[in-house]
Design a protein around this ligand. Structure first.
Ligand code: ATP
Length: 356
């Protein structure tokens, strides 16, 4: 099987994780070929554009994209992968690996996935001065005054559509059904987290649609929590969750918090799925404070790559790498500083290559 992956190494410390991960996948001879679209500052220097047509063509022609975290000028490429390709479901797993530096006393059994709606909500990018709202005469339900009379300030639009919600909730239910096949899987369950008590129209619609979709899946348990209550439960009893579906902003914030349950953002993988394209990227940022030191934890990049292998139908290789990773953490002698170890990224990758 020959699959083409567009790889964008990212900025700051991200390439220090991405390069050895690509080398590891190459060494496993999985039939992957790599293309390297130039985006961001390097593309701008060479072509005058941060997202040249040639880069877009490589992404379009590839089976998928593996994206290292970027800062600054790679926004256009990321926007294309997200809104251009309509990758509406951002999947962020949180699974405890024995040996990782979880701050919890009993982290065993943490194995849930946050499915974050990826295109709507407050991230549609419609903001502006409050006074622009004057012609609408909007009165806030809570403040009971015309919004534009609150003072000089800005607004942001939170947009939740029935279609956008339904497709991401259906995705969450499909994922819950698929996860029943994995080792140690419990009963499938989908949990919905919204602030529907305050945001009755928007989050209220999200919850209503989730409940409707749940009715089509009597074989999968369904529950819902107000998002602040969910945040508390996620810390106190994370092992009771399976698949959690949320509007965009809550999913963004709480999936980083879920990374904290495992002790570091360095373990937080992610994949963004649409109807006919998906791309994969670690959930963390570019870790600029540790750039150039060869100590970035490559685990999030590795686990994003194993999600990519699953997407490409290379699930055997994905399971093999995950099992190898589990052995590296269990052994504990080659961990990076964010996990309490003193090994470099290179040493961590060598340890993984050895067990593979
Ligand atoms: P962004 O705004 O892009 O999310 P940020 O600087 O706010 O960027 P991160 O880049 O995720 O956030 O970094 C937050 C902290 O976590 C930093 O101290 C960084 O070094 C650390 N960190 C993030 N990813 C890793 C990793 N893979 N390995 C080790 N430390 C990491």
């Amino acid at each position: 099987m020959n699959k083409t992956v567009a790889v964008i190494e990212g900025d700051d410390a991200a390439p220090e994780a991405m390069r050895p991960v690509v080398a590891l996948l190459d060494s496993l001879q999985l039939g992957l070929s790599w293309v390297r679209p130039q985006v961001g500052e390097t593309a701008e220097a060479a072509t005058g554009s941060t997202f040249p047509d040639a880069a877009r063509a490589l992404i379009d022609a590839a089976d998928t994209t593996l994206f290292g975290s970027t800062s600054g000028k790679s926004g256009a490429a990321l926007g294309y992968l997200r809104w251009g390709k309509e990758t509406y479901a951002n999947v962020r797993p949180c699974r405890y690996l024995r040996g990782c530096a979880s701050p919890l006393a009993r982290p065993d059994g943490i194995d849930f996935v946050i499915v974050r709606e990826n295109l709507e909500d407050l991230y549609v990018g419609a903001e502006g001065p409050l006074e622009d709202l004057a012609p609408l005469g909007l009165v806030g339900r809570s403040v009971r005054r015309p919004i534009h009379e609150l003072g000089s300030g800005r607004y942001a639009i939170k947009a939740i559509t029935r279609e956008g919600t339904e497709r991401v909730v259906r995705f969450a239910f499909r994922l819950a059904a698929a996860r029943t096949g994995r080792d140690g899987a419990g009963e499938p369950k989908v949990t919905c987290a919204t602030k529907h008590n305050m945001l009755r129209d928007t989050d209220g619609l999200f919850l209503q649609v989730a409940r409707e979709v749940a009715e089509d899946h009597p074989d999968i348990a369904f529950e819902s929590f107000i998002v602040d209550d969910f945040a508390c439960r996620m810390i106190r009893e994370p092992e009771r969750f399976d698949v959690v579906v949320m509007p965009n902003q809550y999913g963004d914030i709480l999936s980083d918090a879920a990374g904290g349950l495992l002790g570091s953002l360095g373990l937080a993988a992610s994949g963004c799925f649409g109807e006919d394209y998906a791309y994969f990227e670690p959930a963390h940022g570019t870790a600029p404070d540790i750039a150039g030191r060869n100590i970035i934890n490559p685990t999030a990049t590795i686990l994003s790559a194993t999600m990519m292998l699953d997407y490409l139908g290379l699930d055997e290789a994905a399971r093999r790498i995950e099992a190898g990773l589990a052995r590296v953490y269990d052994d504990g002698t080659a961990l990076t500083p964010d996990q309490g170890g003193s090994s470099s990224t290179t040493e961590f990758m060598h340890a993984l290559a050895r067990v593979l």
